[in-house]
Ligand binder design. Structure first.
Ligand SMILES: NC(=O)c1ccc[n+]([C@@H]2O[C@H](COP(=O)([O-])OP(=O)(O)OC[C@H]3O[C@@H](n4cnc5c(N)ncnc54)[C@H](O)[C@@H]3O)[C@@H](O)[C@H]2O)c1
Ligand SMILES: CC(=O)N[C@@H]1[C@@H](OP(=O)(O)OP(=O)(O)OC[C@H]2O[C@@H](n3ccc(=O)[nH]c3=O)[C@H](O)[C@@H]2O)O[C@H](CO)[C@@H](O)[C@@H]1O
Length: 483
């Protein structure tokens, strides 16, 4: 039986030896999860370490990668990287996680960590990967968790689970939390070094091993923190910061009508000093990062967290806020929302990203249907029918006649919408993404436009000139739900 490859954790290798073995392809790596983040990560590990097996439970994903193709859309450079690394035998793919674990010495976990219907962190997917890893774990191995986790998970869940299932003693293998600070659409750039890489181990040897490995992966610095829990907190804090600040922007955006200004213009101007970094108002917060991370704290600890809780509730209410604005604007034209036909433009949570988890469009569709409206959906990446909206192809929009539209996620394909050819309607633009001046449509831009127009500008006026004295009656600003 051939000797096992060098061990990254047990300290037998000096720092220099570990680096040499890693870049020399002598330390096999398994990456569990080949999704929007996992496939780019596996590709970068392959270009660095040269002996990588990607594991995924989806046979279609594995088949695609094994053929040297990427199933992830909208990631510059990923198609070429996967094709090159697979062709050179540096990257393989399998559904057999236990077999991959038996051969690997580094085990990187990057599968989804979501929340249950009760907003409890859901680690079942991570735990299913732990079963595979434990089946092949050997003394000296290093396990790296990249999936975002509630603080304390490596110490209290992952490490005990791995010890119990593998039968290995404490100190026989390493575990470090090394969060993915990556955004869809720029994953390779981020993983290769856009930001410092944070690493934190369950013990000093785990931190050391992770530090040495990521020093080869990233061109940026590697920031070793005190322990795994600190590293887990860093990642969750980044997300919570964003959720709370988006909520603040949304709360300010809702004031635009009563202020009679463009809050977006005011935010852009206020952000002209470093101490102020207000975020973008919008129709809500989607994706499987930001809406979930606050629950990794809210559900786990006794200390009251009113700011995070209120921010989450406020962001969750935003789809109803924009639908209320549509109802008001339609009423101003004599149309009852309950009798209206409405197109929802953009179902995914961000432009160009094929992801609908927690997308604000889902809340907008639900609120429109609850109001009795006839709801259509337009999206180049997903089928609106799967989200309760009648699918309409972008090119068929001129053949339709809607009373209203809500711009939720402005895919770049929407720049081709021939607004002048569409029947006049009320358009609620949640992202300040369209300029309908002179088109005959009645536009309401949530929080106003960057150009300085307040939210409600009749297309006929064109320049949006108005002041508070002309602003409409103060509106109910909580989406019909007391926040
Ligand atoms: N997407 C982002 O912007 C982002 C950014 C930073 C961090 N993250 C973290 O990375 C995690 C993964 O994100 P993603 O966007 O790659 O998710 P994704 O949904 O795109 O991909 C997850 C992949 O894991 C596979 N999978 C599920 N269960 C598995 C199992 N037991 N074994 C092996 N594979 C399994 C799925 O088939 C899928 O291909 C997130 O939950 C988050 O914690 C995501
Ligand atoms: C490494 C990692 O975990 N990366 C995550 C990833 O997050 P993500 O891909 O989930 O995308 P986000 O950009 O956070 O957007 C989430 C939702 O919030 C809406 N939004 C956003 C900003 C704003 O000012 N106003 C808003 O309304 C937006 O429309 C969307 O629905 O990248 C972010 C950096 O881009 C990171 O910070 C974030 O940790």
């Amino acid at each position: 039986m051939s000797a096992r490859p060098p061990a990254p954790y047990d300290g037998e290798l000096s720092a220099e030896e570990l680096r040499e073995r890693l870049v020399g392809g002598e330390i096999p790596v398994a990456v569990y999860g080949l999704g929007k983040m996992g496939l780019p990560l596996a590709g970068v590990y392959a270009e660095t370490a040269g002996d990588v097996v990607g594991v995924d439970v989806d046979p279609a994903v594995v088949e695609t990668v094994a053929e040297g193709r990427s199933h992830v859309v909208g990631e510059p450079g990923l198609d070429e990287l996967v094709a090159d690394q697979v062709a050179r035998g540096r990257l393989e793919a399998t559904t057999d996680g236990a077999a991959a674990a038996a051969d690997a010495r580094i085990h990187a976990i990057i599968v989804p960590t979501l929340v249950t219907e009760d907003d409890e962190p859901d680690l079942t997917t991570v735990e299913s990967v732990l079963e595979d890893v434990a089946a092949g774990l050997a003394p000296g191995d290093l396990v790296i968790a990249e999936s975002t986790l509630p603080p304390g998970s490596c110490r209290d869940v992952l490490y005990p689970h791995l010890r119990q299932e593998s039968g290995l003693e404490r100190g026989a293998f390493g575990l470090a939390f090394c969060p993915e600070r990556t955004s869809s659409g720029r994953a390779l750039r981020d993983i290769r070094g856009a930001y410092p890489k944070v690493v934190g181990g369950v013990d000093a040897a785990s931190t050391r091993a992770a530090e040495l490995i990521y020093d080869e992966i990233t061109s940026n610095e590697v920031h070793a923190v005190s322990d795994a829990t600190t590293a887990e907190a860093v990642k969750v804090f980044e997300g919570v910061y964003r959720d709370v600040n988006i909520a603040l922007a949304n709360e300010l955006g809702r004031l635009a009508d009563e202020l009679g200004i463009s809050v977006r213009e005011a935010i852009d101007t206020a952000n002209g000093i470093p101490v102020c970094q207000l975020h973008e108002p919008g129709p809500g917060v989607g994706g499987h990062c930001i809406p979930y991370y606050p629950h990794f704290l809210l559900s786990r600890f006794e200390e009251p967290m009113p700011v995070m809780r209120t921010a989450r509730e406020l962001n969750d209410a935003m789809p109803s806020v924009v639908v209320d604005r549509l109802a008001d604007e339609l009423a101003a034209t004599g149309t009852d929302l309950a009798e209206a036909s409405v197109a929802v433009l953009g179902i995914t949570y961000r432009p160009g990203v094929e992801e609908t988890r927690a997308s604000p469009a889902i809340g907008v569709i639900e609120a429109l249907r609850e109001a009795g409206a006839d709801v259509a959906g337009v999206d180049p990446l997903v089928d609106p029918a799967e989200y309760g909206a009648r699918p309409v192809a972008l090119e068929d929009l001129p053949d339709e006649s809607f009373d209203g539209a809500v711009v939720v996620t402005p895919h770049e394909e929407f720049e081709a919408i021939p607004w002048r050819d569409l029947e006049p309607m009320v358009v609620v633009d949640g992202r300040d993404a369209v300029d309908l001046s002179g088109t005959g449509h009645r536009q309401y831009t949530f929080a106003g436009s960057r150009g300085g127009s307040p939210p409600a500008v009749d297309a006929g006026e064109g320049d949006g000139a108005s002041d508070a004295s002309e602003s409409p009656e103060p509106r109910r600003t909580d989406g019909g739900r007391d926040v």
